[in-house]
Design a binder for this molecule. Structure first.
Ligand code: ZN
Length: 131
């Protein structure tokens, strides 16, 4: 079986390999021979992670720390995307109220007798400073 190091867990667990209690288990995921994840995740201590991945304990810790950093960066980017999306929706709502006196693009297009895509394009142009 081939494993990739997915990071560290802050929740203590029992090592899936040797059964010892581990404070900060290493999360491993099975991968196929070409490196595609197979989705099966296990939690093991550093030494057992080292044995399973045929790496040194030091290398396992470094890989786990890097995976943790990448996971945090992904979460931050996701949060930024969601925050932007919320700001955009709010600004679009305000723009629709001010410009057409309505709250949806459908209502605006009906009221103005314009195509939905034209109202959407107007809104997009008016809100570009948010990008
Ligand atoms: Zn173990």
């Amino acid at each position: 079986m081939t494993y990739v190091i997915k990071g560290t867990s802050n929740r203590a667990a029992t090592c899936d390999e040797c059964g010892k209690d581990v404070q900060h288990p290493i999360q491993l995921e099975t991968i196929d021979l070409t490196g595609n994840p197979l989705g099966h995740r296990t939690y093991v201590g550093v030494d057992c992670a080292a044995a399973r991945t045929r790496r040194s304990a030091k290398a396992v810790k470094a890989d786990a720390a890097r995976a943790d950093r990448e996971r945090k960066a992904d979460a931050r980017r996701q949060a930024e995307r969601e925050a932007f999306s919320q700001r955009y929706d709010q600004a679009e709502l305000e723009w629709l109220r001010e410009t057409y006196g309505v709250t949806t693009i459908d209502e605006a297009s009906e009221r103005a007798g314009k195509d939905w895509i034209d109202v959407w394009t107007e809104a997009r142009a008016a809100l570009t400073e948010l990008d």
